[in-house]
Ligand binder design. Sequence first.
Ligand code: NAG
Ligand code: NAG
Ligand code: NAG
Ligand code: NAG
Length: 818
Amino acid sequence: MLSIATVLVISVCRYALGMSGGKIQDEDISASSQWSESTAARYGRLDFEEGDGAWCPEITVEPDSLKEFLQIDLRSLHFITLVGTQGRHAGGIGNEFAQMYKIKYSRDGSRWISWRNRQGKQVIEGNRNAYDIVLKDLEPPIIARFVRFMPVTDHSMNVCMRVELYGCEWLDGLVSYNAPVGEQMNLPAYPVYLNDSVYDGAVIHSMTEGLGQLTDGVCGLDDFIHSHVYNVWPGYDYVGWNNESFPSGYVEIMFEFDRTRNFTTMKTHCNNMFSRHVKVFRQVVCYFRSEADWEASPLSFSPVVDEKNLSARFVTVNLLNHMASAIKCQFYFADAWMLFSEITFQSGKNCYGPPHIQACRLYDDPTHKVDDSNTRILIGCLVAIIFILVAIIVIILWRQVWQKMLEKASRRMLDDELTASLSIQSETFAYNNNQSSTTSEQESNSTYERIFPLGPDYQEPSRLICKLPEFAQSSEEPAQDGVPHYAEADIVNLQGVTGSNTYAIPAVTMDLLSGKDVVVEEFPRKLLTFKEKLGEGQFGEVHLCEAEGMQEFMNKEFLFDIPEEQPVLVAVKMLRSDANKNARNDFLKEIKIMSRLKDPNIIRLLAVCIYSDPLCMITEYMENGDLNQFLSRHEPEGHLALLSNASTVSFNNLCYMAAQIASGMKYLSSLNFVHRDLATRNCLVGKNYTIKIADFGMSRNLYSGDYYRIQGRAVLPIRWMSWESILLGKFTTASDVWAFGVTLWEILNFCKEQPYSQLTDEQVIENTGEFFRDQKRQIYLPQPVLCPDSLYKIMLSCWRRNTKERPSFQEIHRALLE
Ligand SMILES: *[C@@H]1O[C@H](CO)[C@@H](O)[C@H](O)[C@H]1NC(C)=O
Ligand SMILES: *[C@@H]1O[C@H](CO)[C@@H](O)[C@H](O)[C@H]1NC(C)=O
Ligand SMILES: *[C@@H]1O[C@H](CO)[C@@H](O)[C@H](O)[C@H]1NC(C)=O
Ligand SMILES: *[C@@H]1O[C@H](CO)[C@@H](O)[C@H](O)[C@H]1NC(C)=O
């Protein structure tokens, strides 16, 4: 099992390093051999179809030969957390791929190390076909400049590969540490192995020239016997030493760096389980070597001895801007044992620190003010770096709003860093990249450069909030430490003023729309009579009103079967008069969009009040309210209903309503509109079971339980959302189809039960992960009692993992009519 700490490391450090994006130059990609010029190393880029479609070695790969490799030079040290491989497809001509492979890596180009997973296994499962991309987490991650992919086969065969590396730059600059080997602690019940089990250097009497557990980004737990890592021995996360083996009273560790650096701090993550004779070191004495010589005067630091708190913690040592290319520290025992799980260094411009600083932050002792403020400084630095990058553009465009931009930049950065990610473990999953972008499913979201595969288990599900995408409700709120924001910029624009979802549409469609004149008329405000508040959001409210004389405002094509004199029920969306300019623009944009939607099963915009404040949008409302409430009040036809004298809805009418929803969605999808929040609560019911799709959902208190909340803020309707919407932030027609499946399920249950009512929000998200991994462990919504197999089949098809395999709304509509 892996904790949030590891999860965060991985999530902050998962950038594609440039095989597919082209950032890695052709000359930095080499290979042992090539089959032909058109299958040279440079064609080994993931998701590229150039040349003959992949790198292929000259000869067939024999079992156990390991002669062939594809090598990538990253030009500097990188922390690599994930690798992706793909075979040669070449538009259907190719069918070569590597079923298995090994990885070798090197920091200096001369000493090559074979990667092994935490259980010591070297071989990685590769591809099963020529086109799917298979991503593999590297557990432990590697720190290297050069990486080699070496295809492995069990029989001789032709192999071709396309690859990508994911990770981030290794800013620590630490190239190796040398330390005495970790020892074994014999507890009465069992031994605890405190060796460095992933050390990649030489281990004889001591460890030399390698990196290992002290740099793997995983901080140990308070109780060193337990581990974040699944299925390993007690003491796995720590490297530890016993004072009896060190007559000098200290353990000396030497750290070598890539170049001379200006050091600010060293952070050592130490166990302090004094009940088992483990304590933080009593004192540390550090020597610095800048050129060839060790400085004469060492630096010494004594942390406060803590005999009250058993928690593991970071101890921060200020290195006082010493210049060094090597540091040698003597850690003095305070008790019989000393256990470390991470050591990191901060130097010069590297104020951000390596990824595991971020990761372990959760385990930091908040009472250590130093750490706390450091974290802030780290984030500050991060922001500063981004800020500099965008500064030029910013200056030109936004001279007056420095402060705001800074805030925004910081939030963007955090978004970027901590976007909806879920965890990891060396595990296969494949997804077909090509399939996710088809013309029919216009993606309304920006591209996601990083990859977020998903782990099999979560140790602390309650911490999952840290990984959840979030709708930003306010663009003014400061970014919160550790709480990821979700592709915020994108969504704020698309949110309705009432805080409800408006339809998300691709930019292209938007242009198309704005080109035409809006044909909605102004309605005299005084003819509206307030009846009931339907909901409210950040910038406005939705009221149920009666409108007099509305008939005149309705287009001829649009027939309302209401007597002339009678007032019409309408929903009035109002923008608060104090709403800012952006909100006003969005509101007007929403009017434009709404005015173009003309379908019998979509709520129509009837009129507007935009000559004076507050701006209003008047839409239809249907006398029977929303479908959720409507069905909750009704029962299926049958004995029970007869006995209780309840009103009923026949099965045929249920199907009729579902078919109308499908029809409305068919219309939306034909315009490439993505609804994002299809559910019974967003469908209105009129006379004779007519249905119209609306979008009030998010703003209504009644349904707040349907949305996943973070700190009281409405966020996402996760129980209706597809796995890819939750995990990757992708909203497409295919994810609307998923939501339709859930909506259909609600209908057949007469909305008596919330989807996955037996699961907590966290468990729903875990289940999403299971959908993603697709190992038959995902829980589907059960077949409702009323639901015939044919309908349940439709639901299941809506919840297919592969978006391309889900039916279109046309198909669903046709199937429902049958
Ligand atoms: C560390 O100890 C475990 C448990 O005895 C052992 O399986 C493993 O091989 C050791 N690792 C190293 C690198 O010595
Ligand atoms: C190291 O960095 C500090 C702070 O940035 C600076 O004041 C100092 O001059 C630097 N030392 C050297 C030798 O560059
Ligand atoms: C090791 O530590 C224990 C507990 O603090 C102490 O009793 C013992 O004398 C120490 N042994 C050595 C060799 O320093
Ligand atoms: C002990 O330290 C941990 C983290 O360092 C902290 O969360 C916890 O509140 C502390 N406990 C006490 C009793 O001070």
